[in-house]
Design a protein around this ligand. Structure first.
Ligand code: HEM
Length: 518
């Protein structure tokens, strides 16, 4: 009786004062955000301590890397960008946050970026937050990403370069402008296709997007970048298991899966939910062949599901990131004619000992200025433009002299480190020479701050693919074409990756020094 009457009192109270009650709950929630997380002493934008919406909006606007650089200039090494997020601008903290033990686990930003397989989210190397799972998963595939393994496929990259050059020759011949930014992505996609499935994916041949894959990845990136700032919303959006049934078109993720399955099926047989056939497992050096052959010898070593998930991660992560780096290199060379001339001279001077398609080894051994250009291109425009978020382990930790409680999200953004003028003199200047002429101490300092591929246990596994691709295709392009920008400036948009558009150029065929075939 007594509890019935107190329930009636509570109900009566709620019915009588709904607005004040809601406002009190909101006030409690906001005050807890601002002062209850143990990081209220860390400076940042006024709104950011109260709600994640500041961060969500900042990312939605597409220039979060610039905002964060400015905030660190104003506030120093630590900036609070959400109730539970601290942005760290301190290279000394990289080995702490991204250590190889992996005790700073990935945050809810990452699992959003998994595929679904048999109607369940299935994590890949990139998206998993479980370090033990990651360690086991990586053991199975890491060898295929080693430079030694990739070099066995170098001829396939040359094959893509050959087709790329053939396609580009049409433009000067017809006097047309070319969207080189788009073509570099077609190239990067086809190269990933060769490494992954031993086949081009049709982008260069078509000179356009295939199965809307570029558009799909763009949509996925935008969703991940924005909703990733408030991952609690994901279960109500694309993470809602009912939605894909109601709105199949919302399953954008699965377009990457479908595309991957199509590429697999063109090589071997695999039903959508079925087992993969290992009959085509023998000779190839691409990843599909390598993993099929492991499966053929011991079915327990790698499952169909694992193979599909790893292959689809390549499709998702491999082309955009590399294309962004390639665009940056070309753009900044065009904007800095003295650097362009110096590089062309280096290539021309070495023409007598370069192969028809510059080999990766030649690019490393004979073209030091090229290597400085590649590094500076990635320094001035890192492909990834948001925080690589990690959870502080239970018990908390001191970061840059400040105690940060367990559970707080912390991380480093490559853009912030790369634009720190204490490390990189005149950071806005494209200056490849800094990598060649700085003294040992400065060079070590710059290397410590170079964060393009992340660090520690979760560092980029595909780095060697991109390095090989860049080292080979940039000299190939420049020995064949003079490149002139049509637009003075490109446009950039940070959707997790800092994508560029408007890299329209005029190409002019160069008189070749050697007797290379055309
Ligand atoms: C210039 C090109 C590239 C850049 C700048 C880049 C950047 C990165 C970064 C920063 C991370 C770490 C993410 C984090 O810690 O939160 C990462 C991880 C990863 N990248 Fe790349 N990436 C590039 C190319 C590639 C390619 C070509 C592939 C595959 C074909 C690839 C596949 C992956 C995968 C699977 C991971 C997760 C690794 C793990 O957690 O073990 N990336 N990448």
């Amino acid at each position: 009786m007594a509890s019935q009457s107190s329930l009636a009192v509570v109900l009566h109270f709620v019915q009588s004062y709904p607005v004040p009650i809601l406002l009190s709950i909101l006030a409690f929630y906001l005050l807890r955000n601002k002062y209850g997380k143990g990081i209220s002493q860390i400076p940042g934008p006024a709104l950011a301590g109260w709600t994640s919406l500041w961060r969500f909006n900042n990312v939605r606007e597409g220039r979060a890397h610039w905002t964060i650089i400015d905030l660190h200039k104003k506030h120093g090494k630590l900036v609070r960008t959400a109730p539970d997020v601290v942005d760290v601008a301190d290279p000394a903290m990289i080995p702490v946050i991204y250590n190889i033990k992996g005790d700073f686990t990935k945050t809810g930003f990452y699992p959003i970026q998994s595929i679904s397989w048999k109607k369940k989210p299935r994590h890949n190397l990139f998206s998993t937050r479980n370090e033990a799972f990651h360690r086991e998963d990586k053991k199975k595939v890491a060898n295929a990403f080693s430079m030694t393994s990739l070099l066995e496929m170098e001829h396939a990259v040359d094959d893509c370069s050959k087709l790329f050059m053939q396609k580009l020759r049409d433009f000067p011949d017809k006097g047309e402008t070319v969207d080189l930014g788009a073509w570099l992505q077609y190239y990067a996609f086809d190269v990933v296709g060769e490494f992954t499935f031993q086949k081009k994916l049709g982008f260069l041949e078509k000179g356009g997007d295939v199965d809307d894959m570029i558009k799909t990845i763009e949509d996925i990136l935008f969703y991940s970048a924005t909703i990733g700032q408030v991952p609690e919303l994901h279960p109500y959006l694309l993470g809602n298991p009912i939605l894909p049934h109601l709105l199949p078109q919302m399953e954008a993720w699965n377009s990457v899966l479908t595309f991957t399955l199509k590429a697999i099926n063109s090589r071997t047989s695999l039903a959508r939910d079925g087992e993969i056939s290992t009959s085509d497992s023998s000779s190839g050096k691409d990843m599909l062949s390598r993993w099929l052959s492991v499966k053929a010898t011991d079915d327990l070593k790698i499952s169909t599901e694992e193979i599909v998930v790893h292959l689809s991660a390549n499709v998702f992560a491999g082309s955009d990131t590399t294309a962004i780096a390639l665009r940056a290199i070309i753009y900044y060379l065009c904007k800095n004619p003295s650097c362009m001339s110096k590089l062309i001279k280096e290539i021309d001077d070495n023409e007598y000992r370069l192969s028809e398609f510059v080999s990766y080894k030649e690019s490393k051994d004979y073209l030091p200025y090229l290597n400085a250009v590649l590094k500076e291109g990635m320094r001035i425009h890192p492909s990834v433009g948001l925080l690589l978020e990690r959870h502080v382990p239970k018990g908390g930790v001191v970061i840059s002299g400040t105690w940060i409680p367990g559970g707080t999200k912390v991380g480093v953004n490559a853009w912030v480190l790369h634009f720190d003028e204490r490390v990189f003199e005149e950071p806005e200047r494209f200056w490849p020479e800094r990598w060649l002429t700085s003294d040992e101490k400065k060079l070590a300092e710059m290397e410590k701050s170079f964060f393009v591929f992340g660090a520690g246990s979760r560092t980029c596994v595909g780095k060697n693919i991109s390095l090989m691709e860049m080292g080979k295709i940039i000299p190939q392009l420049l020995r064949e074409f003079e490149i002139e920008l049509v637009n003075k400036e490109w446009r950039t948009k940070n959707v997790w990756f800092v994508q560029q558009s408007g890299l329209d150029v005029k190409l002019k065929r160069r008189a070749r020094k050697s007797n290379l075939s055309s």
